[in-house]
Structures are given as structure tokens and as C-alpha cells.
Design a protein around this ligand. Structure first.
Ligand code: FE2
Ligand code: FE2
Length: 169
């Protein structure tokens, strides 16, 4: 098999274009995770009130998972001959996870988290679709991470249902 790298081999020279597209998607996913870490750190500290602690604790746990996702994306960018971007390339996009006016406004935080997770789920499904055709290793990694994001979203959807049921959201 010397030198004959299959057409499905994402590291093969002939697949450079697909590989670079995938690296671009992974860079975007990397920044989404980094921004989510920033937003969750703030929102795991800012909220006030007796109802805030469950949300804060849950976000504290998620911070570590999101950071782990960012590290996995960074590693995969490198494996695909890419370069993990420096901080000056970062542009913030999470308008919906800025601190609310009132730090007792827990539903605002919950809705922001749901939006962040839904955004990740949507984009990671796009990566899975592309990687499914070109790079099963990235596809495999993305599927595992997608499951984490689905778990995060479902948990916060449950929090929102509770607030809605009690007429608080
Ligand atoms: Fe994540
Ligand atoms: Fe998440």
C-alpha cells in the first residue's frame, strides 16, 4: 500500500481543499466553545436569588465540558495540518448571553444558554454532514460532542419548563 493513500484519506494531498474547509469549520466551532466558556463563567457567578444556585452549579459543570470541547477541536485542527488561531482572531457573537439588567432574571440566562446550545447543535450537525463524506474521524468526534450539547440543551429546556409552569417565565 506504499504511497497509495485512499481518496477518503483526509490527510492526503489530493484532499487538501476538503481538509481546509473542515479546518475552517473547526476553527469556528473552537471559537463558539471559547465564547461559551466566557459566557458560562460569567453566568455561573452573576445570578442572584434562592433560585439561582441550581443554574449556577449546572453552568459551572458545563464550563469544564465546553473547555474540553474547545481542546478537542484544537487538537483536531492541528491533526488536519491547521493552526489553532490566536486570541486576536476572536470575535464575540453571543449577544443573547450578556448579563441581564437584573441579576435575578434567571429565565434570561436559561434562554441564553438554550440559544447557545441550539446554535452549537445546528452548526455541529453541519460539520457532521460534511465530515461524514470526507473525514469519519472528525465525524466521530463531532457526534460525541453533539451528544453533550444535546444533554446541556435538554437540561436547560427542563429548567425553562419549570419556570413557565410556575408562571415565572
Ligand atoms: Fe460544547
Ligand atoms: Fe454545551
Amino acid at each position: 500500500m506504499s504511497g497509495d493513500r485512499g481518496s477518503k484519506d483526509i490527510l492526503a494531498e489530493e484532499n487538501k481543499e476538503d481538509r481546509e474547509k473542515l479546518v475552517g469549520m473547526l476553527k469556528k466551532a473552537y471559537w463558539m466553545e471559547i465564547e461559551t466558556v466566557m459566557s458560562y463563567v460569567a453566568n455561573s457567578v452573576n445570578p442572584d436569588g434562592v433560585r439561582a444556585s441550581e443554574i449556577k452549579e449546572s453552568l459551572q459543570t458545563d464550563i469544564q465540558e465546553e473547555l474540553g470541547h474547545a481542546q478537542q477541536f484544537a487538537a483536531r485542527i492541528k491533526e488536519l495540518y491547521g493552526v489553532v488561531p490566536g486570541s486576536k482572531e476572536f470575535t464575540a457573537e453571543q449577544d443573547y448571553l450578556q448579563p441581564p439588567e437584573e441579576q435575578t432574571d434567571i429565565p434570561a440566562v436559561i434562554r441564553g444558554v438554550i440559544q447557545a446550545e441550539a446554535g452549537a447543535i445546528g452548526f455541529y450537525n453541519e460539520i457532521i454532514e460534511f465530515a461524514g463524506e470526507h473525514d469519519p474521524v472528525t465525524e466521530d468526534m463531532m457526534i460525541a460532542i453533539l451528544r453533550d450539547e444535546q444533554g446541556h440543551m435538554r437540561l436547560f429546556e427542563g429548567f425553562l419548563r419549570e419556570y413557565e409552569a410556575e408562571g415565572l417565565a
